[in-house]
Each structure stands twice: as C-alpha cells, then as structure tokens.
Design a protein around this ligand. Structure first.
Ligand code: 1CP
Length: 366
C-alpha cells in the first residue's frame, strides 16, 4: 500500500526544533526525544507485543508506523524515531536473529571463526532486503502530518560486528574483541562489509523520508582508545562522508547526523572531528567537560541518567533544570544518556518532557 505513497511530497513540517538545534540555529525551547521512546514501558506497546513477535512488528510497515506514533500521541516529544532495531542489518546479511523473551536478541549461528564470513550475503540488495524499513519510514512521514521530524538510524559497524560474533548481548564483548586481536585483517573485512551496507541503508532511509539520522555505537565502551581508533572510528567517519556524498549524487538534500558512542567519552575529541552535527552523550560525562573537548559549534544530545526517571517528579524537575543550566539552550537536544528502561512510569516521561520545555522556554525568554 505504502509503495504508492510519495517519497517527495510530504506534509510540511510544523515543528523543526530538533533540526534547528542540530544545525546550531536558535530555538524558542529546547527539543527533547527519548532513546527507545517506542517500547516496553508503554502499555499500548506491550499489548501489541503480546500478539506479535518483535520482528513481525518491525517487518510490517503499518504496525511499525503505529508503534512509532505511540509515544508521539502520548507526549509532547520533538522527534519520532522509526520503530526498528539495529539488528536488521545482520538479518539482511543472511544471519538469523531471534528476540527471546527476557533475554533479548539471540543469534542461533553466530560468527565463530573468520571462515564464517563466507556465509554472509555480502552483496545483499539493501533496497530489497530492508524495503520494509523504507516503506515504514515513508508511511510514518505521511502519518506524522508534519507534527515532528522522523529520525532514521543504524548500528555502527563495530557494535553490529560484536553482536554477530557474541550471538547476543554481552558484558565484556570478549569473543568479538578476541577477533580484533587474533584476526585484525578479517575483522576489517567484516567491518567493511557492514560499513557498505550501513551506508546504503542510511541513504535509502533519507530517500524514503528520514529527516535526521542517528548512528548507535552502543559498544564503544568496551574498546580502549587504540582499538576504537583502529576498528571503530575510521568506519564511523566513512559513514558520515559517504552518506553525504551519495545523497548529493542522488540530488537528495542531506540531513543532520547524530553519532552516539555509549561510554565513548575517551574518544570525544576524535568524534567531534568526524563530520556529525550532533554528538550523543551518555550520563558519565560532565557537560562542561564535553564542551571543552568538542568546542562550541557542535550540538550535544543527552545525557540524563535513564534511572533518573525512577525519581520523584520534584527531583526530576531539579535534574532537568540542572541539565539545562549546564548544557545551555543553544546547540542542545535533551535526551537520556541511553535507552529508557521497561519499568519506567510513562507519567514521569511526560513530566520530564514538559519540564524541559517549560524550563528552557523560561531560560530563553530571560
Ligand atoms: O521484546 C521486545 O519487545 C523487544 C524490545 C526491543 C525494542 C522495543 C528491542 C530488542 N529493540 C527495540 C526497539 C529499538 N531498538 C529501537 C526503536 C526505536 C525507539 O527508540 O523507540 C531502537 C532505536 C533500537 C536500537 C538498538 N537495538 C540498540 C541501540 C541503542 C542502545 O540501546 O544502545 C541496540 C544495542 C539494540 C539491540 C537490542 N535490541 C533489543 C534489545 C533488548 C537490545 C539490547 C540487547 C543487549 O545488548 O543486551
């Protein structure tokens, strides 16, 4: 159905705050969205999940659109993020990924030795394999009616590589890191395969209607500086450059790009020179310190501790005020420092969103 929807003629944008903030332009209030804002803390999501598997939702554009809209219909958020997962790329490369109840993603046949790279469908046709994501994006852009911009996203190469080798979540990423030490050449080969797919995937998301892009390097924190600079950073840089070049070639306007390297404070300086308009910060870095390292021109996104949403509303107000006073209202997008937890009370999300708007509006009017 959505194949017939236009990918160029979208309803005009009514709230461009996050795009203005990403470009360093003035805003009349600080924009806010919440990482993993469409998910299990919402009763309407749990209800839908009780009837379909996670990937059934992701692969059905109509349902993915519906889930994307859930937090937008509840809260005064300044952006939607397309409902999907970073692990659709390993699936496009031919790997089986299951979502196990209370365990999360699981690969029944992870990559074990470099010879396993031969099993990957390296030259996969992204448009065909991940067409459901692009359809969901186009449908969601029309459904949003220009209320807020739509964010597209991808995992970064190292984070995806680590899932493909670990076969699921891991605290140490030791199996994946073993590849970096034992098989550096083959690791680069895998990272290159992933980078090429990610670039095509992000370009197609913009062509389908995504208005910002976020790259999640969720497993930055288990690398040291040397490994990050060798195996993660070069690919993060190639992605921002080639996505922009490819969009130019296709005469499609480029969109602001956000890099979020969780626990990546040790490479902030390098990330600030990687041609992303926005740097996502987790809660372990002081805003002033991040500013000193990155300078005044980039936009920051973050960095409230996701557990702050367990606090009382009064304390949450104080923390929102503190965060805004430290980041300021220019070059800033409010968010959590990582994804929201499933047992958070949606009322506290509403409180945070409304307080960030109210407090920042007062700051700006002063
Ligand atoms: O059982 C369920 O219903 C699945 C729960 C769930 C949801 C709602 C998963 C499994 N993924 C998602 C959606 C999702 N994942 C979004 C949707 C858009 C939104 O934000 O609203 C996004 C952006 C992601 C991205 C994602 N998936 C990341 C990057 C962000 C981060 O948290 O660092 C990562 C690492 C994943 C992998 C993943 N998918 C799901 C889980 C539980 C995990 C983490 C597993 C682990 O490493 O322990």
């Amino acid at each position: 159905m959505s194949a017939q929807l236009s990918t160029t003629d979208f309803p005009p944008l009514k709230n461009d705050l996050i795009i203005r903030a990403a470009k360093g332009e003035s805003v009349d209030r600080v924009p806010i969205w919440i990482m993993r804002q469409a998910g299990r803390y919402l009763p309407e999501f749990r209800e839908m999940r009780s009837k379909q598997s996670f990937f059934e939702l992701v692969q059905n554009p109509q349902l993915a659109c519906e889930v994307t809209m859930m937090p937008i219909n509840r809260f005064d958020l300044d952006a939607a993020i397309i409902f999907s997962d970073i692990l659709v790329i390993p699936q496009a490369l031919g790997m089986v990924v299951e979502m196990l109840p209370s365990k999360g993603p699981s690969f029944p046949s992870p990559l074990i030795v470099p010879a396993d790279l031969a099993k990957l469908n390296k030259d996969c046709d992204v448009k065909k394999e991940l067409g459901y994501v692009f359809e969901a994006i186009t449908l969601t852009r029309h459904t949003l009616q220009g209320r807020v911009p739509l964010i597209g996203f991808s995992g970064a190469p190292w984070t995806l590589m680590s899932y493909m080798i670990e076969g699921g979540g891991s605290n140490t990423q030791s199996k994946a890191k073993a590849w970096l030490y034992k098989y550096p050449e083959e690791s680069h080969e895998l990272l290159k395969i992933l980078t090429n797919v990610i670039i095509d995937y992000l370009v197609e998301q913009v062509c389908a209607g995504a208005q910002l892009l976020q790259v999640f390097e969720s497993h930055a924190g288990c690398l040291d500086h040397t490994l990050f600079v060798k195996f993660a950073l070069p690919y993060i840089r190639v992605i921002s450059k080639r996505v922009r070049d490819k969009l130019k070639e296709r005469k499609v306007a480029c969109v602001p790009m956000i890099i979020f390297a969780k626990d990546g404070h040790f490479v902030l300086e390098e990330l600030s020179q990687s041609h992303y308009e926005v740097i996502g910060l987790d809660w372990t870095i002081k805003p002033q310190q991040a500013r000193r390292i990155c300078g005044d021109t980039l936009t920051f996104q973050g960095n409230l501790d996701p557990c702050a949403l367990y606090a009382s509303k009064d304390d949450l107000t104080k923390m929102a005020k503190d965060m805004l006073s430290k980041f300021g209202y220019k070059n800033y997008i409010a968010n959590l420092g990582h994804g929201i937890y499933p047992d958070i009370d949606p009322e506290n999300v509403k409180h945070l969103v409304d307080q960030v708007h109210k407090i920042s509006q007062e700051m700006i009017q002063k």
